[in-house]
Ligand binder design. Sequence first.
Ligand SMILES: [Zn+2]
Length: 431
Amino acid sequence: MEKSFVIKGNICQTKNPKELDLHENSYAVCIDGLSKGIFAALPEEYSSLPLYDYGDALIFPGMVDLHVHAPQYAFRGMCMDLELMDWLNRYTFPEEEKYENLEYAQKAYGMCVDALKSGATTRACIFATRHRGATELLMKLMEESGLISFVGKVNMDREASEALTEDSADISAYTTFGWINAVKDKFERTFPILTPRFIPCCTDKLMEELREIQMAYGIPVQSHLSESKGEIEFVKFLRPDDPFYGDSYNDYDLFGKNDDIDTDVKTVMAHCVWSTEEEVELMRKNGVFVAHCPASNMNLTSGIAPIRKYLDLGLNIGLGSDIAGGHSDSIFRAITDAIQVSKMYFRMVDEDVKPLVFSEAFYLATKGGGAFFGNVGSFEEGYEFDALILDDSVLPHPQKLNLAERMERAVYLGLDTKKIAAKFAAGRKVI
Ligand SMILES: [Zn+2]
């Protein structure tokens, strides 16, 4: 299919968190991968383009997964009995060690990429492992999928299993240089992202080297922040002089901005469950993205991130599956989880912090996380054309429902796990 075409159906999106933006029987126009907007009647100038009429189907923007660990896909839905630090040591590190072996990586990453491709996700920020070979293989598979992603070779030179700990900060940095040089111009849809696993696994020397690498290549950064209480205590022990966890990244200019050279450093931090006021303020000031991963935060007994507060403060926020802390790769599921945990926060923690409503959580899954990739997550003019075509006739209902009801129901009932009729990423048909 060419990258210029028209699709027709019931278009459902959120231009802002406060309201749904619904268009029955309307046209979305894609020119060379970019949206030209939504039209009730097709303008004459687009009448010669190929038209794909999806009838009564729902059309959503593609879902953005801001935080997913591809090498953990194989053990999702298992090993849910421990909190973060023990869970990493007992289950996660032994699984990630296996990616030294490219044959295993081919098999396991193949399954993970197939799942992402056939689900609702069109864009993702992905952690690989510390292994360069397997990371390049994952990037190749992602590129072939047609999805758009940032993929990170993980850096970790302490506090992991022996097989997973890189031999020194220098070797970690050297491998990372080699990896970035090999992949930075290789793909159209798959890009490197700097990935210090988290402060407990990275020495000061390694962080200093990553700072240099970030400055040399200007690539974005992903990591973990203030996820669980045990982790935060450990960071305090390792870096007692830092006033808060995020400051440990900021010391190395890996937290949204490099003030020395007055440059933005695009950064996404997963979780932010226990961020202090100071930490949140620095994230706001530096434009750091929060990847909210509600399922993972429940499964690992981490807590509930106060997303309502972050929204009100104007932080950049998206949703993440956090496979395999989260057991489902469905961002539809993450939308419902985000709403549900916000209700628990309201009822159990602070009744001044109102729960999220559907339009807000849908916004986080599309435009909120999409902003990490640029103009993504909407059919407004100039946005990259990511679309899901969903046939909700497989969820029969005795009444005639309106579009808002059908949209919410499709998400809550997990229509993405039943059937996606078609999917586009930046104008390319991937399903
Ligand atoms: Zn994670």
